[in-house]
Design a protein around this ligand. Sequence first.
Ligand SMILES: *Cc1c(COP(=O)(O)O)cnc(C)c1O
Length: 216
Amino acid sequence: MFLADIRQRIDAACKNAARDPSTVTLVAVTKSRTAQDIAPFLAAGHIAFGENKVQEAQEKWPPLKEKYKTELHFIGHLQTNKCAAAVALFDVIQTVDREKLALELAREMEKQKRRLPCYIQVNTGEEEQKGGIAPQQAESFYRFCTEEVGLDIQGLMCIPPEEDIPDMHFALLHKIARTLNLKSLSMGMSSDFEIAIRYGASHVRIGNALFEKPRA
Ligand SMILES: *Cc1c(COP(=O)(O)O)cnc(C)c1O
């Protein structure tokens, strides 16, 4: 586990950007990791985790959540038929990206009396195969989610195209969040979280770098 190393790198990036390190949350991405892999993080008191598949999360998290204080973020593509399970298990939904999903999430949250914080996923690279709302539709989708559907939208999330330098994507997400007065910005992964922090990330989603020794 490289939790302390990554936290140090986050703190250093904050210092370089003249930011308070307490404003950046490390979401440890534990997709494809076992409960055994996750145990040391929980023992160290780490709280925020991310998973991208509802069923996989359902298989490992309920006993862990019973025993430890956690904040579980959903960061994958959410099918509407999985909304009930997702609302029951997760604490934050980062990937609201279409009207049908927003409606179904709101219905489930009402039913379960669990009004979870949500983020809108923005497809900053406008990639066809990727989830997320187009940047130019972000504002109207935000209005739809908050005013018509009643979701508690707290932030934005993006996954930049792999082949691009991420800077312009992070800058765009930051700009949209400012326009909408949203405080949470989920951006930055193992390879680019320090850059994301420079552009104002409040949540960095880190998987591999927490589990694998950096190559020299
Ligand atoms: C897997 C995943 C991550 C973590 O990626 P790493 O490169 O392992 O840090 C972050 N965000 C999302 C949406 C993911 O699916």
